[in-house]
Design a protein around this ligand. Structure first.
Ligand code: ACO
Length: 355
């Protein structure tokens, strides 16, 4: 038995492939670097869903309309967000979508953006902002979150982020979504389940600690001594290392470039770039041969922070991007017509044999 199912192949997919040795993420035949910053999120969703969601012809218009449909369900729930964290609020909202709704695939993607924005605002006691179906998905998400329009550079940065996290092989939340789909529970249930799996700190709940580490380092001059001491204390440097990638996480480069374009507006990005260089040097010296490099979380944290998103809103934003992947995997799994039902090995006591 493999604890954690490491190396166990549990699905065949045409959607994405993670090559940990080569540091490549392939999405429907394209390297991530060919997509992020080139195709919009809506265009990438259309490409990911090709052959799976047949009616998806004008992705920007369909997802825009879906945001409006979702808001109709969510707006009355705004008072219930008080006292919840953003990810808890997002879970509450998505769980309220009725199966009786139509076109679940688009609805889920539209709803995830509306729910993320509403849930972040709700924790601050702010009223929800209604979607604008004519806007691009990322630009509207930022506007709904902040209550004011974002400029083009900011919208492009968020768009790149959403594309970067759209799908990533059979990670824990995607596997969860596929398991739920295999029972024919429906797409909306798969998405809620995916979010529940993503919520954990070992999966999607991690980018905040990168910022905590940068706060603690304080300045570029202090970086080497601080990072060296941290490793000496047996701590892990946040935003470095990955279970699958044994070289640089390709998503880190895409997000570094996108965050770099916001650099003039946020001094912390320049500081983080300097801290990253020092951290890689320290890791090579203190952990020789371990092949530790920057992972997706490092620049996710910086990019989302530069966009003014609070730390506890990072996981909902991740979920907003990943929802399209969960949907695609759920449809692909449901088409196999086979329920996922592995075995467990019983290691408990047996009943006493009858005398
Ligand atoms: N900083 C310092 N040392 C590290 C780090 C790190 N970030 N990551 C691994 N190491 C060291 C370990 O201490 C270990 O050293 P040792 O052999 O001297 O004991 C060696 O590298 C191998 O460690 P493993 O635990 O086997 O590495 P694994 O691949 O299982 O860990 C993980 C992957 C959990 C991501 C790890 O690198 C880590 O904790 N990173 C920091 C937290 C982080 O950035 N998480 C987000 C990951 S991205 C994502 O999940 C979407």
């Amino acid at each position: 038995m493999k604890l954690g199912l490491d190396d166990v192949v549990a699905a065949e997919t045409v959607l994405s492939h993670v090559d940990g040795e080569a540091g490549r993420l392939i999405i429907r035949g394209h390297d991530l670097e060919e997509l992020a910053g080139r195709l919009s999120y809506e265009e990438t969703v259309a490409m990911l869903w090709d052959g799976l969601v047949p009616s998806f012809v004008d992705p920007r218009a369909v997802i825009g309309a879906a945001r409006v449909r979702a808001f109709g369900h969510f707006a009355p729930l705004a008072p219930h967000l008080t006292g919840l964290t953003p990810v808890e609020g997002m879970r509450l909202l998505l769980a309220a979508l009725p199966d009786a709704e139509t076109d679940h695939a688009s609805l889920a993607v539209g709803a995830a953006a509306v729910a993320a924005a509403m849930a972040v605002r709700g924790t601050k006691g702010l009223l929800p902002v209604a979607p604008d179906p004519l806007m691009g998905h990322a630009a509207d998400l930022l506007r709904m979150l902040r209550g004011a329009p974002a400029d083009q550079g900011e919208a492009e940065a968020l768009d790149t982020y959403l594309v970067t996290v759209i799908d990533h092989g059979l990670n824990a939340s995607t596997f969860t979504a596929r398991i739920v789909a295999s029972t024919e529970a429906g797409l909306l249930s798969s998405v809620v389940a995916g979010l529940c799996a993503l919520k954990g700190p070992l999966h999607g709940g991690a980018p905040g600690p990168v910022l905590d580490m940068l706060d603690a380092i304080g300045s570029a001059e202090n970086a080497e001594a601080w990072l060296d001491d941290a490793i000496g204390r047996g701590e892990r440097l946040m935003g470095f290392g990955h279970r699958v990638y044994r070289v640089r996480d390709p998503r880190a480069d895409v997000l570094k470039a996108a965050a770099g374009r916001l650099r003039g507006r946020d001094n912390r990005i320049a500081f983080a770039e300097a801290a990253e260089k020092v951290a890689l040097k320290v890791l090579e010296r203190r952990k020789p041969g371990r092949r530790l490099d920057t992972n997706v979380e490092f620049y996710t944290a910086l990019l989302l922070e530069a966009l003014g998103i609070p730390r506890e809103g990072f996981t909902p934003l991740f979920a907003a991007g990943r929802t399209a992947g969960w949907v695609a995997h759920a449809i692909e799994q449901a088409r196999t017509g086979r329920i996922i039902r592995p075995q467990s090995r019983y290691v408990g006591p047996w009943p006493a044999e009858a005398a």
